[in-house]
Ligand binder design. Structure first.
Ligand SMILES: [Zn+2]
Length: 93
């Protein structure tokens, strides 16, 4: 899946369409003992009825995320492009 390096997109801060730089969105740092993580551990231990750990549901690919940065005000925003794909995202230079 290929995507251009620069796109014309709407900026909510400038309230109009401006040129945006495109970058791959990073996943960020996971919160260590966030509520969701603790809940997942509990389900693995079998505390809640359904055990989801051993045979996880296999999803067909992932949604590809990009980070758009406004060239005027430098505001960043995430965007999902396409649907679930197994192909990785490539940025055209
Ligand atoms: Zn802007």
């Amino acid at each position: 899946m290929k995507y251009p390096n620069e796109v014309n997109a709407y900026c909510p801060k400038c309230r109009k369409h401006t040129k945006h730089k495109v970058r791959m969105a990073s996943k960020g740092r996971a919160r260590g003992s966030a509520w969701g993580n603790r809940q997942h551990e509990r389900t693995l231990r079998g505390y809640v009825g359904k055990v989801a750990g051993e045979k996880a549901v296999k999803k067909q690919g992932k949604k590809q995320k990009i980070m758009l940065e406004c060239s005027v005000c430098k505001k960043k925003q995430e965007r999902i492009i396409g649907k679930r794909t197994t192909k990785k995202l490539e940025l055209k230079s």
